[in-house]
Ligand binder design. Structure first.
Ligand SMILES: *Cc1c(COP(=O)(O)O)cnc(C)c1O
Length: 389
């Protein structure tokens, strides 16, 4: 169980799990690069026996990430997909899981090509309206898994209202919070049961490591997730854990700056004539702007809209010209790094989703997703300006 802390977000991110090494006093914690641990007698270990089960560096990271989400428990995995898979594998053949329709493409691929074959049922629905979620809950529904904002259409789900629907129906609610990070949104505060994050994204923030994490206040779920990790083995390496532990120290600074950049850019993009639509929760034109204002808050309570913007250029030639002119932005999958990235979800992150399903939702071939980094705002803006010309 993680230590609850009275500290502010940045103090927690820097100190929880980062206590000086007991043996040598190193301020930066050691990396326990070991698969196994010496036992002082049969069955007598010093807290760890084998690194798939537990490792001191992973334990530090779990304490750190739990504290950022305001959670009692965190369980770390090798990737975000390993975390989501472990969560869904808590359920059995015949159980039913409801998921936001334009969720991460990999979640769709894993669900439909792996767990569906093993008998778990899935439905992909519009989770913008809690009533719609309620209407899709069946007698065998065990979990509602939402993304807010969704990827890449930035549709929002009212977490408080949805948690009420799920509690009433006695169904677990989990949230993929990879886009907002705990700096921008802490779903457990709204009564959500489990938070999933790809720590590959804003948590690590430097596009140099893969990781995933599940946090919860539910002891029974935490135990079952810990068991799932030990039993199936999708653990992160000690080195990757250490990189992440180092990275979350600057999460507040990085996320705030990236979000400030994105808010300015979204406003500016919205004024440009040659763009079909600009999607950003911070724009008044976003149909769910008010929900963003309600639930996307920094730990201090300020409204924050995030680092992701989607734009539609409406023509493939315009799209290709735009992509070929960018210098600050790199054409690549992933998001949440210090460097700005651009991608075409239709062909890249959402390649696994059937074309008609994508088009029906509005994921067109000309929809472009921007992950805004922390470069100088003027440089990002002039890069976009030149490419849009
Ligand atoms: C990247 C991502 C994932 C998957 O995480 P990996 O670390 O790549 O396995 C899941 N959900 C969202 C929203 C993501 O952006």
């Amino acid at each position: 169980m993680a230590k609850k802390s009275k500290w502010g977000f940045s103090t927690k991110s820097i100190h929880v799990g980062n206590e000086a090494d007991k043996e040598m006093g190193s301020v930066s914690p050691p990396i326990h690069l070991t698969s196994t641990f010496k036992q002082d007698g049969v069955g007598k270990n010093r807290g760890h026996d084998y690194s798939r089960v537990s490792n001191p560096t992973r334990q530090r990271l779990e304490e750190n990430l739990a504290s950022l989400d305001g959670a009692n428990y965190a369980v770390c995995y090798s990737t975000g997909m390993a975390a989501t898979t472990a969560l869904f594998q808590l359920f059995d053949a015949g159980d039913h899981i409801l998921i936001s329709r334009n969720t991460y493409g990999g979640t769709f691929r894993m669900s439909m090509n792996v767990l569906k074959r093993q008998g778990i049922e899935f439905d992909w629905i519009d989770t913008r309206d809690p009533e719609n979620i309620k209407n899709h809950i069946k007698s065998n529904t065990r979990l509602v898994h939402v993304e807010t904002p969704t990827n890449p259409l930035l549709e929002l789900c009212d977490l408080e209202a949805t948690a009420k629907v799920c509690t009433k129906a006695d169904v677990y609610l989990s949230v993929d919070n990879s886009f907002m990070s705990p700096y921008g949104q802490r779903p457990l505060e709204f009564g959500v049961d489990v938070v999933m994050q790809s720590s590959t994204k804003s948590l690590s923030g430097h596009s140099d490591v893969l990781g995933g994490v599940l946090t919860t206040n539910n002891e029974d779920l935490a135990e079952r997730l810990q068991f799932m990790l030990k039993a199936t083995g999708g653990v992160p390496s000690p080195f990757d854990n250490w990189i992440l532990l180092r990275s979350t120290k600057t999460l507040a600074l990085r996320y705030q700056k990236a979000s400030d950049n994105a808010a300015e850019l979204a406003k500016w993009l919205n004024e440009q004539k040659n763009i079909g639509r600009v999607i950003y929760p911070g724009l008044k034109s976003h149909p769910q702007h008010e929900i963003a204002r309600k639930q996307q808050r920094t730990p201090k309570g300020d409204i924050i809209y995030g680092n992701m913007i989607s734009i539609d250029l409406d023509a493939k030639e315009a799209r290709d010209h735009f992509l070929s002119q960018l210098e600050v932005f790199t054409l690549a999958e992933s998001l949440g790094g210090v460097e700005s990235l651009v991608c075409v979800p239709y062909n890249m992150t959402h390649a696994a989703v059937p074309d008609d399903a994508k088009l029906e939702m509005g994921i067109t071939e000309t929809l472009i997703r921007l992950s805004i980094g922390i470069e100088n705002l003027e440089d990002i803006k002039s890069d976009l300006s030149k490419a849009l010309d």
